[in-house]
Design a protein around this ligand. Structure first.
Ligand SMILES: Nc1ncnc2c1ncn2[C@@H]1O[C@H](COP(=O)(O)OP(=O)(O)OP(=O)(O)O)[C@@H](O)[C@H]1O
Ligand SMILES: [Mg+2]
Length: 551
């Protein structure tokens, strides 16, 4: 069912069950109003809409097409609300007092400041259902608005959601059709799968934003003499994705990120294998067979081990856009602001449909939410809202939570059954270090096959985390350029010798983490450090260090 029909159905059920006043939160107030008007006319009753520029405008189903609506120019929202029932005239039948659906748009700034308006709404909640002539009121507010508590207890909220992916698909066909000269057949653009990808790329946009994005994709990528079919799919999809990036940028909480290719991630074979299997579970065939949609994973481990990197690579493995959900930005200074930001971000995610969501460093933003800290109530509610959403949503959203520490994480996040798997991402073993060094040498234009003594760097890097290996390669390439020498494993080892590995700086943290991982998580890599041939711990590094300081 499309979001328009879903909304009308919910509103109609509430209305028939005697509910007189309803709230709607939406990013698309005008589409919501159109839907309410359709509903009113289908029930053969008038439709009224009020805003602070025009006052009331009331139209009847019997009006001739294009006829001017009945106008009532009260611009003060409280007076306008009173006019409906002629409250100032002693509730005598002089206002409208006839059946109809009445929408008040964007009155939220007054709801906060005018207690009389809150009171009147509460009176309407009681009066409307008792009237023989059915009057219904819908108050439409933007998605991020928090309604006064005393109202939300009495008044149900029916949200008007962003267009579904199917609606996007119809919209795409409509825009393609309207860009073809009259009298020409409307082409079926691209393959079905490609059209689905474009529709999914537009997910999370309002109808107007999507229309603009599709039209732009046509205008920007086609010269006037070419046909619409000449636009390469990648270009079309790219323009739509760019439009979405712009819209997502306006969200304080979400950020669209560039995924990275799995080939940029060294090691972590267990995690990679797991994700290969999970990728199959995202297919329509798997769903039809009865396979549950993956619930998401957590990647826990010391800093610099590649948790964020693997998160980005998972998105590209799943072929999904990647969105970072910044939980710390949810916390607003006003009461209730946090929850409304989370709600609005989750709604946008849902509308995006297929998406990988990275909750990066979740311990830093939520840590302590179970420990009774100052904002514990808020963090708990924020986490609760996220977890419930992830569990209930039908959209193929794949969440990845990363954290350094588990001791400060709320236990409900890692509770058994909540996620598919909790992976411990530890410092790389020998094979992994070699793979990671090669990846970073290649990224810096080095011919990996010709780099000498790579084994020296592999041995010297024992105990370092991946990010430190990258830093050493980066430094070695720079030094080689300055010294006019070749990049070698020995040079990388020398650079490593100048760094103090995190594991050495924070030995207790690393030990605690390893202990936790052994007992509570699945290792992201299959080869354990013990399988390595024994090297004197960090002896190679120490030798280099001693040489450098002339011992
Ligand atoms: N397995 C890996 N293969 C290749 N490069 C890696 C790997 N892990 C980390 N790196 C490099 O180190 C950088 C930092 O890694 P990343 O940000 O993913 O670490 P992290 O585990 O998220 O750290 P933090 O806990 O501090 O957020 C990456 O951008 C990447 O260049
Ligand atoms: Mg990180």
């Amino acid at each position: 069912m499309n979001t328009n029909d879903k909304y009308k159905t919910e509103l109609s059920i509430l209305s028939k069950s005697g509910c007189g006043v309803m709230f709607t939160r939406t990013r698309e107030p005008y589409r919501a109003m159109d839907a309410i008007k359709e509903l009113a006319f289908a029930e053969a009753i008038p439709f009224g809409q009020w805003d602070s520029v025009n006052g009331w405008r009331i139209s009847r189903p019997s009006d001739a097409p294009g006829a001017k609506p009945h106008a009532q120019k009260t611009l003060d929202p409280l007076a306008a609300m009173k006019w409906l029932m002629n409250v100032d005239g002693g509730w005598e039948p002089e206002g409208w007092q006839a059946p109809g659906f009445f929408v008040m748009h964007a009155i939220h700034p007054w709801l906060e400041k005018a207690p009389a308006m809150v009171e009147l709404l509460r009176q309407y909640v009681r009066v409307f259902p008792t009237m023989s002539k059915k009057m219904r009121m819908v108050v439409i507010v933007p998605e991020h608005v928090n309604l006064p508590d005393e109202l939300t207890h009495d008044i149900p909220t029916v949200d008007f959601d962003l267009p579904s992916i199917e609606e996007m698909s119809d919209l795409l066909q409509y825009i393609v059709g309207s860009s073809v000269p009259e009298g020409h057949a409307v082409p079926e653009l691209y393959t079905r799968g490609e059209r689905e990808t474009i529709s999914a790329a537009a997910g999370g946009l309002t109808q107007m934003e999507a229309e603009l994005a599709f039209s732009r994709a046509i205008v920007e990528n086609k010269s006037p003499e070419d046909s619409i079919e000449s636009i390469p799919f990648d270009k079309f999809n790219g323009t739509v994705l760019d439009a979405k990036t712009e819209v997502v940028k306006q969200s304080e909480v979400l950020e669209l990120m560039e995924p990275v290719d799995m080939s940029e991630v060294g090691g972590l074979d267990q995690l990679k294998e797991w994700i290969d299997n999970a990728a199959c579970a995202f297919s329509e065939d798997a769903r039809a067979f009865g396979v549950d949609a993956p619930a998401g994973i957590a990647a826990v481990g010391p800093p610099g081990t590649g948790k964020t990197l693997i998160g980005k690579a998972i998105a590209s493995r799943l072929g999904q856009p990647l969105v970072k959900f910044d939980v710390s930005k949810c916390f607003g200074s006003l009461v209730g602001q946090s929850e409304s930001r989370v709600r609005s971000a989750l709604k946008q995610l849902e509308a995006m449909g297929r998406v990988t969501v990275l909750f990066d460093e979740i311990d830093k933003s939520l840590g302590g939410s179970h420990q009774g800290g100052g904002d514990s109530g808020v963090s708990k509610r924020v986490l609760g809202a996220i977890l419930t959403f992830m569990q209930e949503t039908k959209a193929p959203i794949f969440p990845i939570y990363t954290a350094n520490r588990t001791d400060s994480l709320p236990p409900e996040l890692l509770r058994k059954g909540r996620l598919d798997e909790v992976f411990a991402v530890m410092p790389p073993n020998k094979e992994e270090r070699e793979a990671i060094l090669r990846i970073h040498l290649r990224k810096r234009k080095q011919n990996v096959r010709k780099v000498k003594d790579i084994d020296v760097a592999v041995r010297a890097s024992k105990g370092y985390v991946s990010a430190e290996l990258e830093a050493a390669v980066k430094e070695a390439v720079k030094v080689a350029f300055v010294r006019k020498v070749e990049v070698t494993g020995k040079l990388i080892a020398e650079m490593l010798g100048e760094m103090r590995p995190l594991a050495e700086a924070f030995p207790e943290d690393f030990a605690r983490m390893s202990e936790w991982a052994k007992n509570n998580a699945r290792l992201a890599s299959s080869h354990s450090e013990e399988s390595e041939e024994l090297v004197e711990p960090r002896s190679a590094v120490q030798a280099v260090r001693r040489r450098r300081i002339g011992q």
